[in-house]
Each structure stands twice: as structure tokens, then as C-alpha cells.
Write a protein that binds this ligand. Structure first.
Ligand code: UD1
Length: 339
């Protein structure tokens, strides 16, 4: 069965391609290489023994999207990762974000509407909840006004899919709201490749430990949490990738109760920044140079998932721990720096 993975050479996309191939799916990857490397194909091939079909394609060029789907009209499902994801950059370049994340989604949805099998999985984010009033966060928590154009593209993206599902009953879709994906494949063949200075916590930790960065700034030590630092739900990227396969199988087997469903993907456990650092220090045996500084604008105090719906309805749960994720992220950092 042929599955299209857009953005399949990115961080979450590449791990999902591995899990799809492990389950016997034939994968076609589209990626524009704007924030990924062609070498990721070698990593995927080394892990699975199968080289996925790859096409470098910019989804913003509608005619190219149409041509691609004409050539691949036997696609049984699409997992749509392709998008820009840097919050700060989105504030500086809102139109780039709306074009990259919204135009492309519209073009892909137009094409999927012409296919015989219309199964669609969308990468969404817990950012849609903002600072939720109640923790853990269920899927019924209200969507709050977006803090950034990036966050807005995830909210609007979900709305676009929902509206399309209302008029096209053939379209079956699931939006997956990720909490904080971290880690790397345990083989260290694939992992996260942040360009420039990492904005996210875990790549900043590993780059500091390896000597690329002087010191980690911990943003805020005066939050109303047990140790004063922000709380997040860090999920191992391999667990997250497996959830995509389970969600896809649900659509392929027509088990979905409605043609647009939303699931939180997290561990259900909140960890503070200091706990994340302690976990890293434990598994790496290294002391991390860090300093508590002012809060970062736009950060929420705490966010972690209620995972009941994903556990009960999808039948998926996480298997890996924060320590596992930190150990894999560290192994990956050492591999890419040739240490
Ligand atoms: C961020 C985005 C979120 C997006 C996600 C994608 C913001 C406000 N949110 O999530 O919308 O979906 O990335 O990956 O940018 N921290 C430090 N020092 C650092 C980096 C982070 O202390 O150098 C802290 C943060 O304050 C936060 C935690 O670590 O408490 C996690 O931060 P990060 O990895 O950037 O993820 P989010 O901000 O949760």
C-alpha cells in the first residue's frame, strides 16, 4: 500500500517513514529540502533496509503538485508533515508561514479529493491550546487565540480540513496534536537537525554539552511550578512516529467514527526544564552548564496531555521514557559531531 509522506525527510517525518516501512507500507516522500538533508534517505535505508522513493518537490507550486498526483494516483494515504515550524521566524515572516503552511495544505487537499482513497493525517500541535485552564489538557479544551503566525497556521489548518470534511464525506482525516517531540532513533541513523542556533530545549542541551554552545539559558525560574521552571510533556519521537502508523491504520480500516478526528499525542507526564536537564545529566554522565534567566516571551507555564483518548480510541500509548529520549538525543548529537 502506497503512502505519501510530505516533509518525510524532516525530524518527525523521517522517523515516521521508518515506522511505516517497518510495518510493510510502501513510502513515497516529498520534501523541498528547505529544512532537511538528502542524507536522511541513507539513514532511513540503513535502519529499514529499504530505500524510500523520494521526490524533491515544492508544494507551493500548484502545477507540480497536480503533476505529482497524476503520476501517483494509487496513493492510499497521506501523512502531511511539510510545513515551517519556527515560532520566532513566523513572527518576522508571517506571509512566508501562511504560504508555506496554508497554501500547500489547500493544494494537497484539492488533489486528495481526486483520489480513490482519501485518508489524511495532519501534523498539528498542542500550541492550539495556548495556556490551558485545566491540566492535563484534553482534546475538548478550547482552542485559544494563537500566540504566533506559526500557531495560527496549525489552528487554521485544522479548520480547513474540518470544513473540507463537511462537504466531502469521502475524506477521512485525523489531526494529531503533538506535545514536545524530542530524541532520535536509537540507532542514531536519523535525528533532529536544527539549522543555526536551536530554539528548542533538547537540541540546545545536547549542543551545549558537546561544546557548540557556551551555556544553556533556562527561560524563567519564577513560574508557579514545583521548581520554578516551565513544564512540558516531552514525547520520544519514535513513540510519536508509531502513533502516526496507528492513526493511518485506523483510517485505512475505516474505524474512525467521524471523518475528522483530533488526538493529543503526549506522554501525559509533565517535566520541568530542570528535570529535563537532570535527566540529560544522568544518562550522559555530563554536567550541563546552565543559568536561569528571564522568561521567554510567549511561553506558557505548563502544558501536558491527557492521553486517554489516544490510549482508548487509537489504542496507542508511549513506551519510552524521558531518559530514553535524552539518551538517544545525546547519542545522535555525538554521531553528527563525530565524537
Ligand atoms: C515550541 C513552540 C511551540 C511549537 C514547538 C515546536 C514556543 C513558545 N512554542 O514549544 O509552539 O509547537 O516549539 O517544536 O516557541 N527552554 C529553555 N531554554 C531554551 C529553550 C527552551 O529554558 O534554550 C524552555 C522553554 O522555556 C520551555 C521548554 O524549555 O519551558 C521547552 O521549550 P521548547 O523546546 O522551545 O518548546 P515549546 O516552547 O514548548
Amino acid at each position: 500500500m502506497k503512502i505519501l509522506v510530505t516533509g518525510g525527510l524532516g525530524f518527525i517525518g523521517s522517523h515516521t517513514v521508518v515506522e511505516l516501512q517497518n510495518e510493510g507500507f510502501e513510502v513515497v516522500i516529498i520534501d523541498d529540502l528547505s529544512n532537511s538533508s538528502i542524507d536522511v534517505i541513507d539513514g532511513i535505508t540503513a535502519i529499514t533496509g529499504i530505500k524510500p522513493h523520494f521526490e524533491q518537490l515544492d508544494l507551493k507550486i500548484r502545477s507540480k503538485v497536480e503533476d505529482f498526483f497524476k503520476a501517483h494516483n494509487d496513493i492510499a494515504g497521506i501523512i502531511h508533515f511539510a510545513a515551517s515550524k519556527a515560532v520566532g521566524e513566523s513572527v518576522q515572516k508571517p506571509l512566508m508561514y501562511y504560504e508555506n503552511n496554508i497554501n500547500t495544505l489547500v493544494y494537497v487537499l484539492k488533489e486528495i479529493g481526486k483520489l480513490q482513497h482519501q485518508n489524511f493525517i495532519f501534523s498539528s500541535s498542542c500550541t492550539v491550546y495556548g495556556q490551558a485552564d485545566e491540566l492535563p489538557i484534553t482534546e475538548n479544551a478550547p482552542v485559544k487565540p494563537a500566540e504566533s503566525p506559526y500557531g495560527n497556521t496549525k489552528q487554521i489548518g485544522e479548520e480547513i480540513i474540518k470544513d473540507t470534511c463537511r462537504v466531502n464525506s469521502e475524506l477521512n482525516s485525523i489531526a494529531l496534536r503533538y506535545f514536545n517531540p524530542i530524541g532520535a532513533h536509537p540507532s542514531a541513523q536519523i535525528g533532529e537537525l536544527p539549522k543555526g542556533v536551536p530554539q528548542n530545549l533538547v537540541p540546545f542541551i545536547t549542543q551545549t554539552a558537546i561544546g557548540l554552545r557556551e551555556q544553556l539559558s533556562v527561560f524563567g525560574g519564577d513560574y508557579p511550578t514545583q521548581d520554578g521552571t516551565g513544564i512540558r510533556d516531552y514525547i520520544h519521537v519514535v513513540d510519536l512516529a508509531k502513533a502516526h502508523v496507528v492513526a493511518l491504520q485506523r483510517l485505512l480500516q475505516r474505524k474512525n467514527e467521524s471523518n475528522f478526528q483530533v488526538f493529543n499525542l503526549g506522554t501525559g507526564k509533565g517535566s520541568s526544564v530542570l528535570e529535563a536537564i537532570q535527566s540529560f545529566e544522568k544518562v550522559s554522565g555530563r554536567k550541563l552548564n546552565y543559568k536561569i534567566v528571564d522568561r521567554r516571551e510567549g511561553d506558557v507555564v505548563a502544558a501536558y496531555a491527557d492521553t486517554n483518548k489516544a490510549n482508548d480510541v487509537l489504542g496507542w500509548r508511549t513506551e519510552l521514557t524521558l531518559d530514553d529520549a535524552m539518551a538517544s538525543a545525546w547519542k545522535w548529537e555525538q554521531k553528527i559531531r563525530n565524537v
